[in-house]
Every structure is written in C-alpha cells, then in structure tokens.
Write a new protein. Structure first.
Length: 765
C-alpha cells in the first residue's frame, strides 16, 4: 500500500490560509516535513546578492471561479499563493483550491515533451507505449491530419472537447473551431449547470448563471446548494459567508435543504433532509404559505411580473400538510421557513446543483427561482443580481471559406437547440451519438484540458466512444484519463506559466478581469494552448490563418490585444486586475428579456403544444415525480454524489495537500467512502469502517462504509474526484469514481445529465 504524503498542521495552515473549511479539518493533519520553507519575516528584494524575492500577479484555474492571485517568488521558485488584495470579487482572498496551484506547478509527473502513441490498442488498461517526439514532428503530423480531414471528410467530423481553460484560451479554441468549420465544440457545462440556466431563462429571459448578492442578504434558503463547497464563485462565497454570519451587525439566517448534511449545512442554522427529488413540491408549498398569507411583495408582483395567478393556482394544491407527506419536511417547519423567508428581507432562494441534476431539473430550478420574485428579491441589494461581464476589444469576424460554411451548417453531434433555442450544450448526448455515428461519424478529435471520461456519468460509454475515434489529439499538462486514449499528446504550460486573461462566473454583479502571466520561467518543453493554436492556424494557411492574423500573433500579444481597451498593459501587469465596480440595481427596464419584458411566473416561452417553428417549448408541469434508474425492489437506495471543496477541477487529483484532507466532514483523506445513514446501516448489518459493495444496474464498486446520522436514510452519498486510473503517484488507484456506476439520463428541457437518480444497493464485501 502506498504510504500517504504527510504535512504538519502548522505547515498546511501557513500555506493554505485559515479558511473556515480548512479549520474544520485541522485535527486530522499529521506531522511531517514541510514542502516549502517560508521565512517568517518578509525578505528584502535583494540581500547581498544571495536571496531575492518578488510578487507576481496571476489568476487561478483550479476551478471556474478563476480568482485573482499573487504569487511569492523566492530565488526563482514559487513558494506561496495568496489572493490579490485589489480583486473585489473575492475581496483579496482565495479558497483552499487556490493554494494547490503550487503543487500543480511543481507536479513531477507533468508531461515535458510531445508524446506519440505506438500501441494501436486503446483502453483504460492499455499501455499507450508513449515515445517522445519533437514539436515540429508533432505539429507537422497534426496539421497534415487536420487538413486531410477538412478537405476529404468534412470539417464537421472533427470535434473539440473543451475542458477547464482560461477565458482567453476558450476564445481562441472557439475561434479556431469556427475557422476550421466544425460546429462541434463540446464543453462540460451541461454536467452540472445547464438546467439552472434554462430554468432561469424561462423566468426572466436571461440565459446564464445566476448571480446572488449574498453579502447583503438577510436570509438564504439553499435548495441543494453546496455554497461553501463547490458552488460558483467559491472563493467569493466563502468570503461573504464569513461576512453575513460573523462580521455584520445583522447576522443572516441560512436554511439548507439537501438530503446530505454538507459542509454548507453544517455551517447553517437549519438543515432539512428532504426526500430526494421533491424540491419543487417544497418550493410550491412555501409559495402557498406566502401567497395565502399575503406575505409577497405586492408592489413588485403587480408592476414587474406576469403569471402570478398561474403560480397561485399551482401552489394552492400543496398546503404544507400535503407537501409534508411528499417531501418529508414537517408541515410546521414549512410554514415557519416560508414566513421567515418572506419577512426577513432581502432573502435569496438559491438554486443549487443538487436540484438541477434530475430529469425534471429545469422546471424545479424555474419553480425555486420564482420564489425570489415572489418576495421582490430581483435586482435589489441582497437579492438576485444581473452580472456585468467585461467588454473585451472586439475580434474581427472569422473568415470563412466554402468548406467552413458547409461544416458549420451541419447538425451538431450533441443535438443542442433541438428542444429550446438557448440550449448551449448537452455533453453526454454528444458521446452517445458518437457511439452510433449520429448524425455522422467523427474522424478526429482535439481535447483541450478535458477529462470527461473521468468527470461525466456513464464513464464506460465515454471510453468506448474514445476508442472509436480514428485520431485523437490531447492537449494538457499531464496524462489524464482522457489523454490515455490519444494518438498524440501536446504538453501545455500550467496556469502559472502562461499568458492570458480571465473573468469570474456570475456572482459579483460588477465586472472584473484578471491577468495570467508567467510567475516563473518555463523549464520544460511545453507551450501555452494559445501559442499551439496560433502555430496550427499558421501552418493551415488560407482562411484559417487569415482569421488569426492581426490579433496578437501569440498568447502574450493576444492578451494585450483583447484587454487593451480596458486598461494599459503596464497597469494590468502591475495590478493584476481591472475592476468596474459600478452596479445599478432595479434596472427593470433592461434586465427582463422575456416576451412580456417582465418576470414571468408563467413562462411565455412555453406553449400548450410542441411548436414546429421552435418558437416555444411544450408546456411542462412545475413538478413531476422523481424518475429513477433501477427498480426500487432490487436497488432500494438512491446514490447521490457530491464535489468536496478539495476536488480539483483541472482533471487531476495528484496533489498531496488536496488528498490529505479530501473528505473534510469526515476528517480523512486518500480514500472514498460510502456514506450511509445509521438506521439504514443497522438494517443492512453494516458497521462503520466495513468494506461494502455499492451496486447499481451499471456496475459495482467497493469501498469502506461511513455510518453517520448526517444524511437521509434513503440515500448513499459518495464524493466525486477519486478513482483515477491515469498516472500519478498521489492519485492512481486511490478511492473510486462513482460516475462509473451512474446511469445516463437527462433533464427533459436542457439536456443536462441527471446525476442523482441512480438506484443502488449496498452489502458487505
């Protein structure tokens, strides 16, 4: 058995910072040697020519929040990462993931040169037989393949898998796909957030992530939201959580509705262990109490909404006693939280990932989101905000030739926009269609920092589909599970070694741009994704090369080009951020983009029958009974998976600091646990620490049981992030990946993968 990496409590806290989540785990950090010896007092810039120190501004990429950072460099080595005090999104703070950037940078198992596959057999257990090749050899082969596919097969038969990348790299990836002529850019957003975005669109006409003005809220009602574990933007959530709970004269009240007792629930005032998949019923019951007792914001409802009568009729069917029988939440508790929510304003109804990942996730998200309008919490301090994104310098229009125009006119493999016009992506639909060559066979693929066969449900189908791709190019800093299926791997720099720009997801309201710039010299034969794209487009020639002319020519130049209208290059480099703090509340004349130009309790985007012109979507009920995969008689429990705060979203878990405190709520790391309610475990004759099998109709996994009172008796909870089979001495063979036994099903409207409706059984191994 591998001996775990150990660090001391004092060392970890000095490197990681004293966040609330880390303090929860302080008792389990074990003594060991420090990785970096950081002097206690500040070093001068130069001491007798022996020691030098400087701070360099950059930004994180261990999760989509992309927080602004400052990196301390001592004698050319990065030794500490902190938040940038000029950043207003995170107010100068970063989350525990941000500190792991040091181990991302100094990962000894990063790829240092381009690699070519010699073993034609592909699979999770197949040795690719990598051999090192030069960049010229790699790019020549890739360029030849791309040209042949474009001219002979058709550009649409090349797919781009877009993982977690900087905004600048994402802009270039999408631009390249358009110039090449493929409509198939597949991201991972529909694995967690698509239903929330579509639910919000039904109500206010805005298709995007919801921004919550949590720092000014007095009441937070969280439906399935892991606000201080994994909800975006995490660092801002953590910072403002401390503000609303301990730093204000008025302490905000937080109620968490979730079958699992999460870190967020542990830090809340109340936890309601709702029956899985019944959140929409609870939301309607809350609306029932608010409407019947006339506690809603009458002025806002009358002036800025439509469809109130429809909501009133639907809610009237769910008195608290009726809802209690379905949700498992007592009727008196429903009444009390409904009154508190309506009377303790400003109040927020948070739509979390836990309610989106169901076959009826869009309508559940829509129903919960409507609670915000019911109490007037729309575009007010402490309510829902309408995110301002930065306006970068506009790029010239992509130059398209006949081949590109033909390819872009083809149907996408993920069948997006088939149900609603705003649907951006359906990640797992793409892979299922690839297995059946619908609407056409895929001949080539490029993966950019992607690892979907690890992070998406139905992992076996992803592996089967990856085997079928005749030629796959993987671009990333390490060998991930997805890279194991590649024919050529191009090694990239890490986010602390590259040029770029970023901005955070919705959450602050105001716009903020962060720089990425190399904090240390690049000592390996790696390149930035942006520079790889510029080289590939230059070799392609024609309209593809023309589309990338005059926009900077390389990663640094492109960053300067796009941000030049916002801030001077010197100031951007010196400060690390550009912030536009002005935010206008109550701009109701501009924010509602529905057909009525109001907030719609009865969405005008829904029609009574399917519209052949795709002008609307068929009307759906605000709620439906949960649909599960697997028969209850055979699989009596429901598996729910979750993302701990130290699950890295860059596709790797090969970081000892993250592994050491992986399961913060349980005080353990380096493992996976099957979390089972104590009463359920007693019935199954399972004790805490027993090895058990968790089995669905799609397979079974073995792990240790954690018997606890911290979750609903009908569920088994398993953390995502472990179970890697790609190389990495701190990740390979550690724990299990619950996605391997999660079935594939989808939300009816958004195409989002359903993550929480797989039934399982548990028995001793």
């Amino acid at each position: 058995m591998r001996k775990p990496f150990r660090i001391s409590r004092r060392s970890f806290l000095k490197v990681s910072g004293a966040t609330g989540i880390i303090l929860l785990t302080a008792n389990m950090i074990k003594p060991a040697t420090k990785l970096f010896q950081i002097p206690e007092k500040k070093l001068p810039e130069q001491t007798e020519g022996m020691i030098s120190e400087k701070w360099v501004n950059s930004s994180c990429l261990n999760c989509p929040a992309r927080c602004a950072t400052r990196v301390r460099i001592v004698n050319g080595k990065a030794v500490r990462i902190t938040g940038n005090p000029l950043s207003m999104v995170s107010e100068g703070e970063i989350c525990p993931r941000g500190h792991i950037g040091l181990q991302v940078l100094y990962d000894e198992e990063r790829i240092t040169t381009p690699l070519k596959r010699t073993n034609k057999v592909k699979g999770s257990n197949a040795d690719p037989g990598w051999v090192g090749i030069t960049w010229d050899e790699a790019l020549t082969e890739i360029s030849t393949r791309l040209k042949a596919n474009r001219e002979n097969q058709g550009p649409e038969r090349m797919v781009v898998f877009n993982g977690l990348n900087s905004r600048s790299n994402e802009d270039l990836i999408k631009r390249y796909a358009t110039a090449y002529g493929t409509p198939n850019v597949i991201s991972g957003d529909s694995l967690e957030n698509e239903a929330v975005k579509v639910g919000r669109w039904l109500a206010d006409g805005n298709y995007g992530h919801i921004a919550y003005d949590i720092g000014k809220a007095n009441y937070v009602l969280s439906f399935g939201g892991s606000i201080v574990e994994s909800e975006r933007p995490l660092a801002r959530n953590l910072r403002l959580w401390g503000k609303i709970r301990r730093e204000r004269s008025t302490r905000a009240k937080v109620v968490v509705i979730d079958p699992r007792y999460s870190v967020t629930a542990a830090k809340a005032d109340q936890w309601l262990a709702i029956n899985p998949g019944t959140d929409a019923i609870l939301a309607l019951a809350i609306a029932n109490v608010i409407i019947e007792n006339k506690l809603y914001d009458k002025e806002f409802v009358e002036q800025h909404t439509t469809g109130f009568e429809s909501l009133r009729v639907d809610a009237s069917k769910y008195a608290p006693e009726t809802a209690a029988e379905i949700t498992g939440v007592p009727a008196d508790r429903i009444r009390s939280i409904a009154r508190e929510f309506a009377e303790t304003r400003p109040a927020i109804a948070w739509v979390g990932r836990g309610v989106a990942g169901w076959p009826h996730g869009t309508m559940t998200s829509y129903t919960i989101f409507c609670l915000n309008a019911l109490v007037g919490s729309i575009d007010i301090p402490g309510g829902i905000m309408y995110q301002n994104d930065p306006v970068y310098r506009e790029l010239p229009k992509v130059v398209e030739d006949d081949i590109a125009r033909s390819g872009l006119s083809k149907e996408r493999i993920d069948r997006r926009k088939q149900v609603i016009r705003n649907q951006e992506i359906s990640t797992n639909t793409a892979i299922e269609n690839m297995l059946t060559d619908k609407p056409y066979p895929i001949q080539m693929a490029i993966g950019c920092n992607s690892n979907f066969n690890m992070t998406a449900p139905g992992a076996a189908k992803w592996e089967e589909a990856l085997k079928r791709i005749p030629y796959y190019i993987h671009i990333g800093p390490f060998i991930s599970e997805m890279a194991l299926f590649a024919d050529v791997v191009l090694p990239t720099t890490t986010f602390l070694e590259e040029w770029g720009y970023d901005h955070s997801p919705a959450g602050s309201g105001f716009a903020e741009v962060k720089i990425k710039q190399p904090v240390v010299g690049i000592k390996t034969d790696t390149r930035n994704i942006a520079d790889i794209i510029f080289e590939i487009t230059n070799r392609a020639g024609g309209t593809i090369a023309e589309s990338f002319t005059g926009i900077g020519d390389n990663s640094e130049g492109f960053t300067k080009y796009r941000t030049g209208d916002l801030i001077s290059w010197q100031e951007f480099s010196d400060n690390g951020v550009w912030v536009e703090l002005q935010y206008e509340y109550r701009k109701y004349h501009a924010i509602f983009k529905t057909n009525t130009k109001k907030f719609e309790f009865d969405s005008s985007f829904m029609v009574d029958s399917a519209d052949p012109m795709n002008a609307g979507i068929q009307r759906k009920s605000r709620h439906e009974a949960p649909v599960f995969q697997g028969k209850e008689s055979e699989f009596p429990l429901i598996m729910t998976t979750y993302q701990p705060v130290l699950t890295m979203e860059n596709g790797s878990q090969n970081y000892p600091w993250a592994q050491e405190i992986f399961l913060a709520m349980h005080g353990v790391g380096w493992t996976s646990l099957a979390e089972i309610n104590a009463e359920t475990a007693h019935q199954l004759h399972v004790n805490d620490g027993d090895e058990v099998w968790v089995e669905s109709q799609f397979g079974r996994l073995k792990m240790k049981a954690r018997v606890t009172a911290w979750l609903h008796p009908k569920i088994v909870a398993i953390a995502r992030g472990q179970g890697h089979f790609a190389p990495g001495k701190w990740q390979k063979g550690i724990g299990i990946n619950p996605n391997a036994i999660t079935g594939l099903s989808y939300d009816q409207l958004s195409g989002q993968s359903a993550l929480y409706n797989t039934r399982v059984k548990v028995y001793r191994a």
